[in-house]
Design a protein around this ligand. Structure first.
Ligand code: PMP
Length: 399
């Protein structure tokens, strides 16, 4: 008998399953609005100029590929801290911030979860309803019980902020609260700076543990403004976890470049926390890969490359905004009565469109337009070639 004879077939990942169906679809007019990837006007994942230049220099230098330190490249970790907390952060200056290069935002969340499990094994983890589909599974696989706090309000296409706040207010001390720092995935709906202040107050009053997930810095307003929530928490004198990712902002999805940063109370505490974090990393994958981290570090620390990157990131952001506007206008022009202007107020790559599962099914079956059954569409996959097709199809399924 095989060791695996009783192993059950695990369910397919819903979004990657959608991709497989999309790839198998023979229609030339098909559009994939399912997966969370930015594609440009040509429908391609861009290779940014800043990245290309940094990679060229790196290849030409012919560097050896020894092991990195367990926590990654020092220049990378330092650049991540500045991006998150600002160049003049007193916390950085005081040596109170620990940062480890991680395998994407996902890897950062996982090493954070594993470390938290050692620090406070009985804590619950609270995620938003809805949240990025991997949050629950990831924290559960680290051994936590995961609960959800109210977030999206389908009636208003906004946030049920009172519900969110009162749920946070009811959690036991030590509960880990996962918060999307900007460009909420999957809804595209963020809370305001004033609301963030209230969240910080409740988290502090209830002695909760904030775990900010920032996977889209630069896709909302700009790099600095999108870090506002992280900086509010940093200023609150709480111990804060931050998982960050360059997958989207550098268009380097497959290089797996992210970081976990933890704000501690003192330099001495930072050293102890880092030592434990290194144990977690060492027993998972030993140390991170060299290429992506060195490319990002090179771009962030070179004034010229950094300016190029910021410009390219701004172009991605502006293009997504233009697509939001274009979609809203086209739906109106196609005679759709429902007011879709909320799509313009959403931020980042995604939109909870308000389409039902049945309407999403019709889009796929009748028009070859693939979206997530929750109605989440990736606005960053729209371009001037496919937006008319999408708008007309959406208008038809709404009739
Ligand atoms: N957090 C959120 C909210 C995300 O949307 C994503 C990416 N889809 C991640 C984390 C993971 O990012 P990465 O691909 O860098 O692992």
């Amino acid at each position: 008998m095989s060791l695996f004879s009783a192993v059950e077939l695990a369910p397919r990942d819903p979004i990657l399953g959608l991709n497989e169906a999309f790839n198998a679809d023979a229609r030339t007019t098909k559009v994939n609005l399912g997966v969370g990837v930015y594609t440009n006007e040509e429908g391609k994942i861009p290779l940014l100029r800043a990245v290309r230049e940094a990679e060229k220099a790196r290849v030409e230098a012919g560097l050896p590929r020894g092991y990195l330190p367990i926590e990654g490249i020092a220049a990378y970790d330092a650049a991540v801290q500045k991006l998150l907390l600002g160049n003049d952060s007193p916390l950085i200056a005081a040596g109170r911030v620990v940062t480890a290069q991680a395998l994407g935002g996902t890897g950062a969340l996982k090493i954070g979860a594993d470390f938290l499990k050692r620090v406070n094994p009985n804590a619950k983890v609270a995620i938003s309803d809805p949240s990025w589909e991997n949050h629950r599974a990831l924290f559960e696989s680290a051994g936590f019980e995961v609960v959800a706090y109210p977030y999206y309000d389908a009636q208003t296409n906004g946030v049920n902020f009172e519900g969110m706040l009162s749920a946070l207010d009811g959690y036991a001390a030590g509960t880990v609260v996962v918060l999307h720092a900007c460009c909420h995935n999957p809804t595209g709906v963020d809370i305001s700076d004033a609301q963030w202040k209230q969240v910080v107050e409740v988290v502090k009053a209830r002695q909760l543990v904030p775990f900010l997930d920032i996977a889209y810095q630069g896709f909302g307003d700009d790099i600095e403004a999108d870090a506002a929530a992280v900086r509010l928490f940093a200023a609150s004198e709480l111990n804060v976890f931050v998982s960050s990712s360059f997958s989207k902002s550098f268009s380097l999805y497959g290089e797996r470049i992210g970081a976990l940063s933890i704000i501690t109370d003192s330099k001495d505490e930072a050293a102890r926390v880092l030592s434990q974090l290194k144990r977690v990393i060492r027993t998972n994958y030993s140390n991170p890969p060299t290429h992506g981290g060195s490319v990002v570090a090179a771009v962030l620390t070179s004034p010229e490359l950094r300016a190029t990157w910021e410009q390219e990131l701004g172009e991605m952001r502006d293009r997504i905004r233009a697509m939001r506007k274009g979609l809203v206008e086209r739906l109106k022009a196609a005679g759709v009565n429902r007011d879709f202007s909320f799509v313009n107020a959403q931020r980042g790559m995604f939109s909870y469109s308000g389409l039902s599962a049945a309407q999403v099914d019709r889009l796929r079956e009748e028009y070859g337009i693939y979206a997530v059954s929750t109605g989440r569409i990736c606005v960053a996959a729209l371009n001037t070639r496919n937006i008319d097709v999408v708008a007309n199809a959406v208008a038809n399924v709404l009739k």
